[in-house]
Design a protein around this ligand. Structure first.
Ligand code: GDP
Ligand code: IMO
Ligand code: MG
Length: 421
């Protein structure tokens, strides 16, 4: 099983590349996260944003798995499937859902909002999809799982959990006025989910591996949002790294093959938390505009900045990345000069390149290497040989600094704007 994951703060372009690589695989599987993800695919002039459905769904030969490590919102899944109505996708054949995946219920979303509200200016900037509270219940051993919806006492189990949540919501003085309407949608969506192919996906995955079928695990979010290794507490609530694909699908670590680490040629972050190379000037503004850096899930403007090598090295280390994929190179076309952060300078002047425990709360200054930009369009570039020399230099510099080959460079959102090396 190969794993594809984001090495930064999410939105690196995972959806696009999973769709591009999918023909080489028989199975594509999501292993963590939930509707906080927004994975964009573009082909034949149409743009699609997937939140819960794996990005192999447009390839009819592929089995798409929503694995046990995922948190699933039935309402959003139903809407998503209905939204793809015109593509005549055979969901019985091409999509399966683990019965062991955890369900997001309406009060999880209210709790997410209540927690954020109570944090004031310390808020995480969550997507408000109920991710944190649902994983909290999973680890606290009180959550509902997809398999539970088939049980005759599902409503009682649900009610028990809701009563618990209501106590917490009243502690936070958070209104439950919207709950009744949300519950109507929820139970309707639960009936819909029952009609899907609900399975024990760990068997399907391991039987596929035993039959020498190729599986691609599709990460959501990014390593710098990982609950253990991200800039805690400004993280998501799941294991976004390679190891998460093992627990989130029931696959042994020894079965992991290639680890594709995907990163933007610069950095973006949506939500709060440290971002050493963030640009607050017209350069950052230009990146946001050129890269169309607005959230696929929430529409929020993404914070933008130069590439951060210490952070990238860290992500490569904790994930065991074997191949790097660099995305959105074309966005840097507009710049005469490009900067790359090679170290952080601490307030006392010391220069470091490690992401220590203390770093989240330390104001660090990025130390930059400045490179000449290519400053021309990449729209018609279809092979590495056609790259402008400055882009070749950028790629070569990153490869030598990161010590992992960059095997793919993306120069536009469409499937065809993908250059393999
Ligand atoms: P994901 O969450 O990692 O799947 O990434 P998102 O879909 O949230 O964000 C990536 C955005 O960049 C989407 O709008 C993509 O269509 C777009 N995109 C992907 N690759 C490229 C690229 O190489 N160049 C440009 N300009 N846009 C890209
Ligand atoms: P994809 O898969 C970018 C961020 C949120 C917030 C933090 C916690 O599209 O790359 P959560 O709702 O998970 O509790 O929010 O994580 N975040 C993402 N940022 N891309 C994502 O997914 C994200 N999923 C969560 O903005 O800062
Ligand atoms: Mg995204």
């Amino acid at each position: 099983m190969d794993v594809l994951l984001g090495l930064q703060w999410g939105d690196e372009g995972k959806g696009k590349i999973v769709d591009v690589l999918a023909p080489q695989y028989e199975v594509v599987a999501r292993f963590q996260g939930g509707p906080n993800a927004g994975h964009t695919l573009e082909f034949d002039g149409i743009k699609h944003v997937l939140h819960q459905i794996p990005s192999g769904i447009f390839r009819p030969q592929i089995l798409n798995i929503i694995g046990n490590g995922v948190v699933l919102d039935p309402i959003i899944l139903k809407k998503e499937i209905e939204g793809l109505g015109k593509f005549s996708i055979d969901y019985q054949k091409n999509l399966v859902v683990s019965k062991k995946a955890t369900i997001i219920i309406p009060t999880h979303k209210l709790l997410d909002a209540a927690y954020e509200q109570s944090k004031g200016d310390k808020k995480i900037g969550s997507t408000l999809k109920g991710i944190g509270p649902t994983y909290q219940d999973k680890i606290g051993r009180s959550a509902l799982r997809v398999g539970d919806i088939l049980s005759p006492d599902f409503k009682e189990k649900y009610q028990l959990l809701v009563e618990k949540h209501k106590t917490t919501l009243s502690f936070y003085n958070f209104s439950v006025d919207k709950l009744e309407e949300m519950e109507g949608q929820f139970f309707e969506a639960v009936e819909f989910v029952k009609s899907l192919n609900l399975i024990d996906s760990e068997y399907v995955v391991n039987e596929a591996l035993a039959a020498d079928k190729k599986i691609l695990a599709e990460g959501a979010q990014g390593s710098l949002l990982d609950v253990d290794f991200g800039s805690y507490p400004f993280v998501t609530s799941s294991t976004t790294m390679t190891a998460g694909a093992c627990t989130g699908l029931g696959v042994a670590p020894s079965k992991i093959g290639e680890v594709f680490g995907i990163f933007k040629a610069y950095c973006t972050r949506v939500g709060s938390g440290p971002f050493p190379t963030e640009l607050f000037d017209e350069i950052g503004e230009a990146m946001r505009k050129e890269g169309n850096e607005f959230g696929s899930t929430t529409g929020r403007p993404r914070r933008c900045g130069w590439l951060d090598l210490p952070a990238l090295k860290y992500s490569i280390m904790i994930n065991g990345v074997t191949q790097l994929f660099m995305m959105k190179a074309d966005v840097l076309n507009i710049f005469k000069e490009i900067k790359v952060c090679t170290q952080y300078e601490l307030p006392d002047g010391e220069k470091i390149d490690r992401l220590s425990f203390e770093i989240t709360d330390t104001e660090v200054k990025p130390v930059y290497k400045t490179m000449k930009g290519w400053n021309c369009s990449l729209a018609d570039v279809r092979s590495y040989e056609e790259f402008p020399v400055e882009l070749k230099d950028y790629v070569a510099f990153l490869e030598s600094a990161l010590n992992v080959p960059i095997k793919l460079v993306s120069v536009g959102p469409d499937r065809v704007q993908t250059i393999m090396r």
